[in-house]
Design a protein around this ligand. Structure first.
Ligand code: UTP
Length: 300
C-alpha cells in the first residue's frame, strides 16, 4: 500500500463571504493571531508526515507562494539585529527546497475542479486534501489521526464531526457503519440532505485522504450544486468502486472563510497561547461586562 506523502491545498476560491477584506488579500493570508490561516493548515499536514505541499492557486494569490519562500533580506536583517527567536521561528516553518508546488485553477469552477487541477502534481498515489478555510484546534492533529487510520485500512478517509441534527441539511453528511481501528466504515454520503432525511449528524469537515482514481472521475464530472464541479459528487461515484472510512474528529474546527468563524478562531488561538492567554481572558471579560444590559430595577 502506498504511503500518503502529498497534500493538496485548494486556494483558488474567491472568498466572497469575506468581502471587502478579500478584495486584494487572499482569505488564506488573513492572520489568526500572528500566522496566516494557510500556515496552520500546512503545519497540520507537516505534523501528519506529509512531504510535499501542492497549492492550487488562482488570480491574486501569488502572495501565498511568497509566504512559503525564503525572504533573504528579512532573514539577514533579523540576524544582524540579534532577533534570533524570530529568525528561528521563520526557519522552523519554512518548507524545504522542492517541497512545494503551485498550479493554477484559471477559473473558479468549484472545489472538484480545483482538486482535478492537481492531478499531474499528485500522480498515481493517494493524497491528503485539506481545505484551508477550516483550521483545527485539538490535542491530536486531525490529519495525523487520519493517516494512522489510512495506514490500517487503506481506501479513502474522510474526517467528520458532529453537528446539531437540525443543521444537517447545510452539510455533506455520512452514514456510520461498523467501527474499525480509530474510525468507522462509511455506509453512505449525501450532500445537503433534505431536512429529516440525514443518515446521521456527522458532517464532512474539510479533511480527506483520497485515492488517485478520483481524478479520472472529476475529469468527466458535470456541474452540480451552485453550477460548480463538486468534489462530493465525484466521491459519490468513487464510492461505488472503493471503500470509504470516517475519522470522527472531536476537536474544534473554525471556518475561517466566514467572518464569525475567523473572529472565533482568533479568540480561541489567542486564549491557547501561554504568552497571551491571561491578557486576552481579562480583555474579553471586560468587554463582556460592558456588553451586559444594566440589571433590572426592583419595583416596590
Ligand atoms: P468555498 O466555497 O468555501 O470557498 O470553497 P470560496 O468559493 O472561496 O468561498 P465563498 O463562498 O466565495 O466565500 C472551499 C475551498 O475550496 C476552494 C476554496 O479556496 C476553499 O478553500 N475552492 C473553491 C477552489 O480552490 N476553487 C473553486 O473553484 C472553489
Amino acid at each position: 500500500m502506498k504511503k500518503v506523502r502529498k497534500a493538496v491545498f485548494p486556494v483558488a476560491g474567491l472568498g466572497t463571504r469575506f468581502l471587502p477584506a478579500t478584495k486584494a488579500i487572499p482569505k488564506e493570508m488573513l492572520t489568526v493571531v500572528d500566522r496566516p490561516v494557510i500556515q496552520y493548515v500546512v503545519d497540520e499536514a507537516r505534523e501528519a508526515g506529509i512531504e510535499h505541499f501542492i497549492f492550487v492557486t488562482g488570480r491574486n494569490k501569488a502572495v501565498i507562494e511568497d509566504h512559503f519562500d525564503i525572504q533573504f533580506e528579512l532573514n539577514h536583517t533579523l540576524a544582524q539585529r540579534g532577533k534570533d527567536d524570530q529568525l528561528a521561528k521563520l526557519q522552523r516553518l519554512q518548507p524545504l527546497p522542492g517541497q512545494t508546488s503551485f498550479t493554477r485553477q484559471q477559473e473558479p469552477l468549484g472545489l472538484g475542479h480545483a482538486v482535478w487541477c492537481a492531478r499531474e502534481l499528485v500522480g498515481d498515489e493517494p493524497f491528503a486534501l485539506l481545505l484551508p478555510d477550516m483550521i483545527m484546534q485539538s490535542e491530536k492533529s486531525c490529519m495525523k489521526e487520519m493517516v494512522e487510520l489510512y495506514d490500517n485500512t487503506g481506501g479513502n478517509i474522510i474526517a467528520v464531526q458532529e453537528c446539531d441534527p437540525a443543521e444537517a441539511h447545510k452539510y455533506g453528511i455520512v452514514g456510520r457503519g461498523e467501527e474499525t481501528h480509530n474510525g468507522f466504515r462509511i455506509t453512505s454520503m449525501v450532500e445537503k440532505p433534505k431536512q429529516g432525511t440525514a443518515p446521521s449528524n456527522l458532517f464532512i469537515n474539510g479533511r480527506y485522504i483520497l485515492q488517485p482514481e478520483i481524478f479520472a472521475i472529476l475529469e468527466s464530472q458535470e456541474r452540480g450544486a451552485g453550477n460548480e464541479i463538486q468534489l462530493t459528487d465525484g466521491m459519490l461515484r468513487l464510492e461505488q468502486d472503493q471503500r470509504f472510512f470516517g475519522y470522527h474528529y472531536r476537536g474544534r474546527t473554525f471556518d475561517c472563510g466566514s467572518p464569525e468563524g475567523f473572529v472565533e478562531a482568533n479568540v480561541a488561538f489567542a486564549l491557547a497561547r501561554h504568552d497571551l492567554s491571561a491578557k486576552m481572558a481579562g480583555a474579553i471579560e471586560e468587554l463582556l461586562v460592558d456588553m451586559k444590559p444594566a440589571p433590572l430595577q426592583k419595583t416596590g
